[in-house]
Design a protein around this ligand. Structure first.
Ligand code: CDV
Length: 344
C-alpha cells in the first residue's frame, strides 16, 4: 500500500553573529510558508538553526554564551522560538529543528526536536552523539575552530526511532487486526551534522526499521586545521570535497539502511568569512538524490516520497533478520579506537 509523504528541507543561508533572533526567526517562518505552498507535511531545519554556528567562536562571557542556548521544554513557548511553532501549528506542518539546549542543571547539548502539528507538541528529542572538533582553539590564529567539545556534552539519548502520527491516513495502528512491517505511521530518526558520517548511528536506526532520517548540519567548506589536508587545496576544491562527502554519506547510508533521508544545511558565508557548504538534499532508499539545493541561500528543497519504496531493500538485500551476522561484529562495541594487527 503506498504511504505518501511530502517532505522538505528548509536550508538557511548565512546567519551572522550580528543577525538578530527576530530576523532569523522571520526567515525560518518564511521558509515554512514556502514549504506549505508546496503542500509539505514535514519541514526539517538545520542544526543550531536559530543562531549563527557559535561553536566556531571562543566565548568566555557566560551571559553571551547563554544567549545562544534554549531550554528544550520552553521551545514552543519561548519568545525566541515560539512564533515558528505557532506557524507550524497554524499551517498543520510537522517541523524538526536543531538548537543549542541548556538543561536545568546547566549542561549544554546540541539538540534537535520533532514537533507534531497534529499532536500540538514535541514528540521526540535527540542530542548529538558525535561532537567534532576540539575543546581548545587551534594554535593557528586564522584557523576555523569547532569548539563543540567545549560547549556541549555528548548526547545521552541514544538513537531512538519514533513514529510520527497524523501524516498518512489509514495506516495500521496498535491493535489493528493484521500487523505487518512497513504499514504503520512513518518511522523516523534524527541525527545532527557529524553524526551522519558514522555508520553506527545509521545502523542503530536501521535496526528499528527507520524510514526517514532527518539531519540538520553546519559543515565548514574550508577548514584545513579541522579537516586536515594531505595536499594543499584551494577553498573551492575543499568545498567541492566537503559537499561530495556530505552527499556520499547521505546516499550511501540511506541505501544501506533502506530509508529516505532529508538533510538541511545552514549555508553560505557567515560573518563574511566562515564558509558553510550547502547541498541540502533528499535521498531515496536506493541511494539516489531526489531533490537538492541549488543555492547557498534560504531555499526549500522538496520531494514527494512513498515510504513503500523502503520495502525493497528491507525485504531483500538488507533484510537484517536473514543476513546479518552479529556473532562476527563484536569489535564494533568492544573497541573505540583502531588497533592494528601486530607488525610482521
Ligand atoms: N557541525 C558539525 O558537526 N560539523 C562537522 C564538522 C567536522 C565540519 C561535520 O561533520 O560536518
Amino acid at each position: 500500500m503506498p504511504r505518501i509523504l511530502k517532505i522538505a528541507a528548509a536550508q538557511l543561508g548565512p546567519v551572522h553573529l550580528t543577525s538578530t533572533r527576530q530576523d532569523t526567526l522571520s526567515r525560518m517562518i518564511k521558509l515554512l510558508q514556502s514549504a506549505s505552498m508546496l503542500d509539505a507535511q514535514l519541514v526539517l531545519f538545520p542544526e543550531t538553526a536559530f543562531t549563527t554556528f557559535f561553536p566556531r567562536h571562543l566565548i568566555s562571557d557566560q551571559k553571551e554564551l547563554d544567549s545562544f542556548f534554549e531550554h528544550a521544554g520552553s521551545l514552543p513557548t519561548s519568545l525566541n522560538t515560539r512564533p515558528l511553532f505557532d506557524e507550524a501549528k497554524r499551517l498543520g506542518i510537522d517541523i524538526s529543528v536543531g538548537f543549542a539546549e541548556r538543561t536545568a542543571d546547566g549542561k549544554g547539548y546540541n539538540t534537535s526536536i520533532y514537533y507534531s502539528a497534529s499532536k500540538r507538541e514535541v514528540i521526540a528529542k535527540y542530542r548529538k552523539v558525535h561532537l567534532p572538533g576540539t575543546k581548545e582553539p587551534f594554535e593557528n590564529p586564522d584557523a576555523v575552530n569547532q569548539l563543540e567539545k567545549r560547549y556541549f556534552e555528548p548526547g545521552n539519548l541514544g538513537f531512538k526511532a519514533f513514529r510520527t502520527p497524523g501524516l498518512i491516513p489509514g495506516v495500521q495502528k496498535k491493535g489493528s487486526e493484521k500487523v505487518e512491517a512497513g504499514q504503520g505511521d512513518p518511522v523516523m530518526g534524527m541525527m545532527i551534522c557529524n553524526d551522519r558520517r558514522w555508520v553506527e548511528a545509521w545502523r542503530c536506526y536501521g535496526l528499528q526499521g527507520v524510514e526517514v532520517v532527518l539531519c540538520g548540519y553546519n559543515t565548514a567548506g574550508f577548514a584545513p586545521d579541522l579537516w586536515g589536508a594531505r595536499r594543499p587545496m584551494t577553498p573551492e576544491e575543499a568545498e567541492t570535497d566537503a559537499v561530495f562527502h556530505h552527499k556520499l554519506v547521505m546516499q550511501g547510508n540511506s541505501y544501506m539502511n533502506s530509508c529516505f533521508s532529508v538533510s538541511a544545511a545552514k549555508a553560505g558565508l557567515e560573518d563574511g568569512k566562515y564558509d558553510l557548504i550547502g547541498g541540502s538534499c533528499i535521498t531515496s532508499p536506493e541511494g539516489h538524490v531526489l531533490a537538492e539545493a541549488k543555492t547557498k541561500d534560504d531555499e526549500v528543497v522538496f520531494a514527494e516520497i512513498d515510504l513503500e519504496d523502503c520495502r525493497q531493500g528491507k525485504e531483500r538485500t538488507f533484510d537484517f533478520d536473514r543476513h546479518r551476522r552479529i556473532d562476527q561484529y563484536a569489535l564494533i562495541t568492544l573497541q573505540t579506537g583502531v588497533v592494528e594487527p601486530e607488525l610482521l
